[in-house]
Ligand binder design. Structure first.
Ligand code: ADP
Length: 542
């Protein structure tokens, strides 16, 4: 009819659909996880909006319904969530709205064909994964606060249609017309098995329709509320995988229950490898906040940003269920929980650092993020410093500040360090010559945050941190290992001449004992920023 509008997909969607549909099908069961997660999100959002506005509340018996129909060969996933208006349907399901999905689809495109299925399995591609099992998808949705419904439909090839639809209540129905080779997704027992696999992280009740009756599929197992002795390592790992984009073994699993003044259960993981999305680009901790099992938000910043690599759940009795986002900012109970959870993570890192074990593996994955804590968290600075690891001019592998101090020469008062962009360039830097010749160890720093934190930390065990590029460093009390060089006569006149020649370029020219093979080295003024900091400021246009 003339009320049907046809629209083309954005170019990115077309490419993504093509990749998804033509990937091998070993992992296509994830479509159900993606669609149920969207349905649960939509219901969480409706519950939240009703707290802060006049919009209609989530009905108390609201759930996600998964209804297979063998005769019609359809699978329908319904929710009582926030719903989508006509514009929402076009923008959410016709373009790639989420930047994470865009980045992922680019990775997918450049991945080898044989690696794609497992990439899709691990990360998901949201709504579009429906086309792995369906040759036609229709979405009928009514937005909360509106009395009209719209139907979006597509065969996943180039275009979709929009037309007026009907729905008695707010929410969304997604109807999948199941492909010939995907019959298994019309079997209630198979659907039930899939939902149970990640039941813990579905935040609302899910029912599967069997013989016309709703059967609860997730019983709210809430793994974090069980006692440790009831949980196998495998269950922990499964939960960790379900939490997000993880497919490795966690490096640390922290599971505890706080009783007394504060009551909460926490189940946290430190990943065993770097996440697929570079963590440097993110800012906030995504640890999930639950209140009496019910998911509230992953934006409560339960950990400071310099521990944002930690993933997991904190579930408390100390907040009301209808806590609003505004309240989260200011409630004292949450501030105390944050403090306790942060302290616990630091204790775990300290213990693992002391025991050695595989601390270096952790450091290589997340060390640069942890260092941000030195300048961001004044109160925790002294707890973070012993957790830092460094490359050094004197030893192979990683070393700590305490180990450096234990190797300091008699009479040495400062911890020397050199910052540059590139670890290799550091080793051969002329800045090191005089230190090497005198057997003085220098820490070699090449992470992007290294220009900032040493000044903030200031000192460790009362030894000042000293950049070797700063001028005014007197090394004369340490004898060079090959013996003193013969003093060169008549340098004064030469220095004066250089000074005149470079008068517009440099503030001063001095004779130095910091060089052995090189003739000259650039050095920063004694009081101002060190050389690497000056380089960064220049790049930033200051
Ligand atoms: P993601 O959920 O990761 O953002 P998707 O491709 O799965 O990516 O979904 C895109 C968007 O479509 C969602 O962000 C949401 O705004 C909307 N959406 C999808 N499913 C639903 C639903 N059942 N109810 C309401 N909105 C939905």
């Amino acid at each position: 009819s003339e009320t049907i509008e046809r629209h083309e997909f954005g170019a990115e969607v077309g490419r993504l659909l093509d990749l998804v549909v033509h990937a091998l099908y070993s992992d296509r069961e994830i479509f159900l996880r993606e669609l149920v997660a969207n349905a649960a999100d939509a219901m969480d959002r409706r519950r939240f909006e009703a707290l802060t506005s006049e919009s209609s509340a989530l009905p108390p018996d609201a759930k996600v319904r998964i209804a297979p129909d063998k005769e019609a060969r359809t699978l329908t996933i319904s929710d009582a969530g926030i719903g989508m208006a006509k514009d929402d349907l076009a923008s959410s399901l016709g373009t790639i709205a989420r930047s994470g999905t865009r980045a992922f689809s680019q990775t997918l495109e450049s991945a080898k064909a044989e690696d794609r299925p497992s990439l899709i399995g691990q990360f998901g591609v949201g709504f579009y994964s429906a086309f792995m099992v369906a040759d036609r998808v229709t979405v009928t949705s009514r937005k909360v606060g509106s009395d009209e419904a719209w139907t979006w439909a597509s065969e996943g090839q180039g275009s979709y249609t929009l037309e007026p639809g009907t729905r008695a209540e707010p929410g969304t129905d997604i109807v999948l017309h199941i492909k010939e080779d995907a019959d298994e997704y019309l079997e209630p027992y198979r659907l039930d098995h899939l939902v149970r696999k990640w039941a813990d992280f579905i935040t609302v009740p899910v029912a599967i329709v069997r013989d016309g009756k709703d059967e609860a599929a997730n019983q709210g197992t809430a793994l974090w509320r069980k006692s440790k002795s009831e949980i196998t390592e495998e269950q922990y790992t499964e939960f960790y995988h379900a939490l997000g984009m993880n497919f490795d073994k966690p490096w640390a699993t922290l599971h505890w229950r706080a009783e007394g003044q504060l009551e909460f259960s926490a189940l946290l993981f430190v990943p065993g490898s770097k996440p697929f999305q570079p963590i440097e680009n993110e800012r906030q901790s995504k640890v999930r906040l639950h209140v009496r099992r019910m998911f509230i938000t992953d934006e409560a910043e339960l950990l400071p940003s310099w521990l944002r690599f930690v993933q997991g759940v904190v579930d408390t009795e100390d907040l009301p269920l209808n806590v609003s986002r505004e309240m989260l900012q200011s409630t004292p109970a949450l501030a105390r929980i944050r403090k306790a959870v942060t302290g616990r993570v630091i204790t775990e890192l300290s213990n693992r650092a002391k025991r050695g074990e595989d601390y270096e593996a952790f450091w290589e994955n997340f060390g640069p993020v942890l260092k941000e804590g030195i300048y961001e968290d004044f109160e925790r600075r002294s707890e973070i410093a012993p957790l830092l690891r460094f490359r050094s001019s004197a030893v192979e592998g990683w070393t700590s500040l305490a180990d450096y101090v234990s190797r300091m020469k008699d009479g040495q008062e400062a911890i020397y360090y050199l910052v540059a962009d590139d670890a290799e360039a550091l080793k051969s830097s002329a800045q090191l010559e005089g230190f090497r010749a005198r057997g003085l160890e220098v820490l070699l720093l090449s992470d992007h945050v290294d220009a900032f934190w040493p000044d903030q930390l200031g000192a460790f065990e009362e030894k000042k941190l000293q950049s070797v590029t700063k001028g005014g460093l007197d090394l004369s009390k340490f004898a060079p290992e090959g013996g003193e060089a013969d003093p060169v006569e008549g340098l004064d006149a030469f220095v004066a001449a250089v000074k005149t020649a470079l008068a517009d370029e440099v503030a001063d020219v001095r004779v130095t004992d910091r060089l052995v093979d090189s003739a000259v080295v650039l050095s920063a003024g004694g009081a101002g920023p060190d050389l690497q900091m000056q380089r960064l400021l220049r790049r930033a246009g200051r």
